[in-house]
Ligand binder design. Structure first.
Ligand code: FAD
Length: 487
């Protein structure tokens, strides 16, 4: 299925621009670039271009623009919403742009290229005596360009913010091949529109991010990590409020895990160890951290959790006594997304509501989904401190997987209606891509949709950058050609 037939063969031009070996067109070479993480979509492309510099990215874009060929940018291809899957045109891989260009410890910034793997960016910051806080389960393979293009979140948003808040400057190749050099490391710059924010979170639909100036922070020298048992999501939320009131910015993570989630991890994740003796309806993974090495965070955590135990707010708790124990607790949380596929089909929703409504949301959506399909297993987990819930559904035991997945649209409506009614967002941190494109148009303010289309038309008048993703902006021809989002 091809969206646009190219007006002419651009492969020779691409090969001349970036070298023949960096233009992949054999089916086997292209295969990993045509599927997405969860296997929900399989695309097709004329070629995969792997330029090695910003100038080469610009030349690839110019060649495609002249021929009217669509371009789908890809960094680590770990995205979960189908945004990086091509349906015709070329894949432009940023993987070869993987240099750390500069570190400025006094300005507390580093300038990195889009293809740097997130874990390498963290390591480079560490080697410079600083800390880059963006942290995701996929950090060993996702790349910073993709993190910025999706405005990635992760486990440290509570303290440090998401990718948008960690970025001071960008370098972007525009749809006509011009290079915008916005690589400024400024904390104040009111010279008109803040253009970087248009590109961050635009999922490859407005420009190709080639480099970024990122914020660095002091290294946390102390951390205290606890795993706590709670009876309800409401109890978890009350505990969160207490910790935030007592510790402010030292509260770096507060993650909720339901009993079904922990049981799945213990069943399937290698090396996972039960953290508390008994089983409970839910759990919270809590982390306090500080750049000061004289604070006694573990003692502070013990005091606050001791009081919560006495009040009956929590049922049990363990505080990690070593780095290894803390890592073992985090391993439980980080394995959650991965293990779910071993329980058969799963229908996933990455949503946000105001923090004050998180527990209400989990209760209401769980009840509505369980009523809609007896035997359904709800795994609502995630970044409670950010209001971001991964509201995932595992198929009833014994049900046919395909029949379950076919129900995705019905559950979208049930869950997203509740999210909408609570003033939430149907796309919290993974983005819109293809999977939520139609849902976005259903729920988002029509004026906002018009503005998004106007921005798209201004920056990409030919509609060649990741067409049909995020918000449909082209005619019915493209809409028909791209598979409908899972309904
Ligand atoms: C196990 C696991 C855990 C995850 N945990 C989290 C989490 O906690 N929080 C979270 O936010 N996400 C999470 N994700 C989702 C995913 O890792 C993030 O969305 C990540 O930011 C994507 O980065 P990437 O390099 O893989 O991007 P890709 O998948 O390559 O691309 C994602 C989108 O961005 C576009 N794009 C890519 N590079 C560029 C570029 N240079 N310029 C312009 N557009 C571009 C693509 O076209 C696509 O639309 C997880 C995924 C997995 C598999």
């Amino acid at each position: 299925m091809t969206i646009h037939a190219p007006k002419r063969d651009i492969l020779p031009d691409l090969a001349a621009a970036i070298g023949e070996k960096h233009v992949l067109s054999a089916e086997t070479d292209m295969a990993p670039y045509l599927v997405e993480e969860r296997g929900l979509y399989r695309g097709e492309a004329l070629a995969v271009a792997r330029p090695g510099s910003t100038e080469e990215v610009a030349e690839v874009v110019r060649i495609c623009a002249r021929a009217g060929v669509p371009i789908v940018a890809q960094s680590g291809n770990t995205g979960l919403v189908g945004g990086g899957v091509p349906f015709g045109g070329i894949v432009l891989s940023l993987a070869r742009l993987d240099r750390v260009r500069a570190v400025d410890p006094v300005n507390a910034t580093m300038t990195v290229e889009a293809g740097c793997i997130l874990a390498r960016v963290q390591e480079a910051a560490d080697a410079a005596g600083a800390f880059f806080p963006l942290s995701l389960g996929s950090e060993g393979s996702c790349r910073i360009g993709g993190n910025l293009a999706t405005n990635a979140g992760g486990t440290a948003v509570l303290r440090y913010g998401n990718a948008r808040e960690l970025t001071l400057g960008l370098e972007v190749v525009l749809a006509d091949g011009r290079i915008w050099n916005g690589l400024k490391g400024l904390r104040k710059d009111n010279t008109g529109y803040d253009l970087k924010h248009l590109f961050i979170g635009s999922e490859g639909t407005l420009g190709i991010i080639t480099a970024a100036v990122l914020k660095l922070f002091p290294k946390p020298r102390l951390r205290a990590t606890a795993f706590v048992a709670v009876d309800t999501p409401h109890a978890a939320l009350t505990l969160f409020e207490r910790l935030r009131a007592a510790h402010g910015d030292q509260l770096t993570a507060f993650e909720y895990i339901p009993r079904f989630g922990l049981e799945m991890v213990l069943r399937h994740a290698p090396g996972a160890v039960r953290p508390l003796e008994s089983e409970y309806p839910g759990y919270a993974l809590i982390e306090l951290s500080s750049p000061q090495d004289h604070a006694d965070l573990a003692e502070a955590l013990e005091t606050i959790l001791g009081a919560a135990l006495e009040d009956g707010l929590i049922q049990d708790a363990t505080i990690a006594a070593s780095e290894a124990q803390a890592n073992a607790l985090w391993h439980l949380r980080e394995s959650l997304s991965e293990v779910q596929r071993q329980e058969g089909g799963s229908i996933k929703h990455d949503v946000a509501v105001p923090v004050s409504r998180v527990a209400d949301f989990i209760d209401a959506a769980s009840a509505a989904c369980e009523a809609a399909m007896p035997g359904l297993r709800v795994c609502a987990f995630g970044h409670v401190g950010d209001g971001n819930v991964h509201f995932n559904l595992s198929q009833p035991v014994g049900m046919d997987k395909a029949a379950f997945i076919a129900e995705w649209g019905r559950f979208n409506r049930i869950i997203h209606d509740i999210v909408h009614e609570m003033g939430g967002s149907i796309a919290a941190e993974h983005g819109v891509g293809l999977i939520k494109r139609d849902e976005l148009v259903h729920y988002k303010d029509p004026v906002a949709i018009d503005l998004m289309r106007a921005v798209k038309a201004a920056l990409d008048p030919q509609g060649i950058l990741n067409p049909g993703k995020v918000v449909p902006s082209a005619g019915p021809e493209i809409l028909d050609a791209i598979p409908r989002a899972v309904r």
